[in-house]
Design a protein around this ligand. Structure first.
Ligand code: ZN
Ligand code: ZN
Length: 333
């Protein structure tokens, strides 16, 4: 495809963010490279205190869900089980001990998965947001196997092949697909991708907006930094949503992280901008990727919600294994 005919976020070898912000001098990539070369230790590692709350999963509810209630179980990090209208959807399945290409090095789980793979109900749809190791774990995908329909961003199909899964739906931003009667749009996020040293932004990244047959709308942000123009445009185009999964962690040090991950205050902006009635916090308490204390994101989230004048019950940080029932109503926030 020549550059005149390709979409603006497509590059020669991969993809670029929509509405790029001025690049920080200290990128997340530089930070990771320095870490991998051993020149940068985890900043303020001693600050990584605090516990992630963990509860036993409600297996009865998971295996006999009420189809009229949207039931969300936080398995940890960005791994969430959404059950609604007889359809079971799993986001970014990671059940392994480390978010890393290696068995013995790389970020180790800080809290156990809230549900084991063999406790999962039959999964209809898997939504994969991007190829980072804390979201795309080949071993977990291999164990889950071929049965679900896999939805992945462009160029990510090769990762599924590594896991022995040869069919999937690869999507570009703003593209539609329909699975089990659910309309799925792949939404852009402000992020990047990489599995190796030299494959930065070669595979696409993003989130998903789903519309169920009865009109119920669900949004999974994926990983994203804050980009006002991007979210405003998406909110206009795809919002509002009944339910949404919004990342709140991995934000410090801010210089490195702001182009990759929102902080809790920006997570609240996503909720407001996208018109998400009920939000569930993800991307915290599971893998220690960054410098903030493990239990800081939900505390800051609560303060940010109060400062924005929002009901804290409308943006919940569940314990690992925790469940939320959302009964869609026509009323406003
Ligand atoms: Zn990521
Ligand atoms: Zn991540």
């Amino acid at each position: 495809m020549n550059s005149a005919s390709r979409p603006s976020h497509h590059t020669e070898n991969g993809f670029e963010n929509r509405y790029p912000l001025p690049e920080s001098k200290k990128s997340f990539f530089t930070f990771l490279r320095l870490r991998l070369l051993g020149r940068e230790s985890w900043p303020k590692a001693k600050k990584q205190i605090g516990k992630t709350p963990v509860v036993a999963p409600n297996l009865d509810a998971i295996h006999t869900p009420d189809p009229n209630v949207a039931q969300v179980t936080w398995i940890g990090h960005s791994t969430v089980l959404l059950q609604y209208q007889g359809i079971n959807i799993l986001t970014d399945p990671v059940f392994s001990d480390r978010a890393s290409p290696f068995a013995h090095i790389g970020p180790k789980r800080y809290s156990p998965p809230g549900l084991a793979i063999n406790q999962l109900p039959k999964i209809n749809i898997i939504l994969l947001s991007h190829n980072h190791y804390d979201h795309c774990d080949i071993e977990s995908l291999r164990q889950i196997g071929k049965e679900p329909t896999y939805i992945v961003p462009l160029k990510n199909a090769s990762l599924l092949k590594e896991a022995g899964i040869d069919s999937c739906i690869e999507m570009d931003w703003d593209q539609f697909a329909e699975v089990n009667g659910v309309k799925i749009v792949h939404t852009p996020s402000y992020h990047w991708s990489s599995r190796k040293i030299s494959d930065r932004k070669e595979m696409l990244w993003g989130g998903y907006a789903l519309t169920f047959p009865n009109g119920f709308k669900f949004y999974f942000v994926g990983d994203s930094g804050w980009n006002e123009q991007l979210f405003a445009e998406m909110g206009e185009k795809y919002g509002p949503f009944d339910l949404g999964l919004i990342p709140i962690g991995a934000y410090d040090p801010r210089d490195f992280m702001k182009a990759a991950h929102v902080n809790p205050e920006e997570a609240v902006l996503i909720k407001q901008t996208m018109g998400i009635k009920q939000a569930i916090a993800i991307h915290w308490g599971t893998f220690v990727l960054t410098a903030e204390p493990v239990d800081e994101p939900p505390k800051r989230l609560r303060i940010a919600l109060e400062q924005a004048g929002l009901n804290p019950d409308h943006f919940l940080a569940l314990p690992v294994g925790g469940m939320h029932h959302h009964m869609p109503t026509p009323s406003q926030d």
